[in-house]
Write a protein that binds this ligand. Sequence first.
Ligand code: ZN
Length: 709
Amino acid sequence: MIIPIKKVKFQLNTTVKYSEMSANLRLVFRNKYLMKLKIIVGLLFLSCYSVFGQAQITEAPLNTTILNDSGALQKRAIRKNIPLTNSIQKAYKAGTRDVSGRPGPNYWQLKTDYSINANLNPETQTITGSETIALHNNSGDKLNQIVLRLDHNIYRPRVPRGFSVPAETTGGMVVTRIKINGTEIDLKASPPRQSSQGQQKIEKSFAVGLDQTVATVVLAKPIDARSVATIDIDWHTKLPGGEGGQGHRMTQRWESKLFQPTQWYPRLAKYDDLRGWDTNVYLGPSEFYNNFGGFDVKIEVPAGWLVSGTGVLQNAREALAPFVRERLASALKTDAEVMIIKEGERGVGKALLPRNKNVWHFLAEEVNDFAWATSNQFVWRSTRANIPNKGYVPVHMFYLPERANLFKNAGKNARHALEFYSKLLIPYAFPQLTLQDGPSAGMEYPMVINSNQGAADHETFHQWIPMMMGTNETRYGWMDEGFNQYSNILSDADARGKPFNIDRLGQQYGSISGNEDEPMMMWNANYGGTFYGFQTYGKTMMMFSMLGGVVGDNAMNAAIKKYMETWKFKHPSPWDFTFFMNKELGRDLNWFWYYWLFTTESVNGSINNVTAQGEKTQITIHQAGEMPSPVILKVEFADGNEKIKSMPNAKMVDDKTAIVKWNEDVWFNGNRDFQATLDFGKRPIKKITLDPFGRFPDSETKDNVWTSK
Ligand SMILES: [Zn+2]
């Protein structure tokens, strides 16, 4: 999805950092800290004393690496690995993932095939549906329960939500029947009492949480490992309309004339090798983690209503007049945009054929969701995009004619995005892309984007992540939205015929770092709170700006492409991504991943001292932050006849400017000062700039420049 820019806008940390405090203030801070420490130690002492009698208490030493950054003695502890949590260790042990960042020999994922029959009644604004899910349990585990995602329960009056508020509360997703492997589940059955001996055998299956966004069905008869189970569910849900809601996906219709159903059917939650069932509740802002599989969907609407959606329409011959089908075929033969159904052509007897039952039948293979839209007022325009190794795919736009201005550039923007991201990553895998008009204008589903021209580029990128590579958005939003924001920069430059530029982004992180809510691996995106926007959308492009500064932008982009090729239609974890990048780039970057993903630290570099020593120049580079970085200097020479000698780690960018680079390992001894020696010969140096491309997080850049007097 896209969130309004005011929400993405980074909250700057306005508190003064310790390193920026005056000496007096530092003393006050230090004394306060000491006092607090003394109180804590005192309390500990009091509580321990009675137990241990003669406990010896020595005051805990202050951690000078954290509290004091000036002076020669203190070192910093540079961490060169990343935490391996229980979940990833479990996967390595089981061989489902590999430390090289690739799927392991025993990799598995669930597959879910859905057959859905649904009916939309515009008068009651309600969808009534029944579905069959074929659950391919490809794991080696017996499933004692299944977990269902009932997202529409977020519209019930009393459920947990993030900053999303529906404009209209409804009765939510009302599940009326569940059958598993042919056995009816008694939805009114209550959980058995826990016996004092612990878990007892379940005699009768039961469901809990059917009025919540996540429900569990505990099974009397478990689903066997490596078997296929059948789950039948009947339900109905009213699509919320109205005004005054907040957040995405909180309005799904305009009165009774346009419906944009999303997350509209009960979905089977993800069960994976990392954590088993994903039971994160749906709070609104952060998104999904879905299984891949096929969809066979039949949607019935009243006569005269046009339906768009995920997949390929199977019964176009029954539904669409011959002239409409001819125009559709012709749209694939030209770069021009073709009106498929014009304003005056809408309705039965014109663009739509008369039928007894107006069922629209869609099929989709290997997708992780299904979304659609319908209106009796839609017009339909199409164009095409040229996909490498595939040829032309149609790009459809369904919108209200009075909003045509919002779709003026939509086809062009979506086509550029499809073609550009196909080259940047992997070719677009799906047979079509559809842009749907409606109240949700910035949301993505497989082959469907609820977007006009404004967010067309961003939402189209989502066809790659998470639609072709199913990252866990709920937990690791940055692997989805963060990659997206970064890639949008490249796409935008390409659309304007310019080279992309990610300078300065990495440096900017220096003025944001330090807020405890922003490390992406410390906070599950679902619970990111006020920093959700920054940690999910903003931080990754800054991280990639620095990574490009370490390994080169082109090498980084090529490695990301390989990562996408390796994990397409699978579910990579953050460890898979980081270790894959290390391997692909041939470089141990764990120090980099550690600081960016697990901490709030920054580099805060400066030039502290410059002295001439004969023909050489000694520069003291200081890093006040905990995150190390390569040292990159731009050296500008004065005019003159003296020859500029070459240095092995320097590159002349013109006849008076050199870029000199030392790798990050110059800091691995823990020192905060590094003596950089320039050996360019007798030509006087006019100016030296540290981090000239602004790639390394730094809250104060004035101290990065030295000029000769
Ligand atoms: Zn997005």
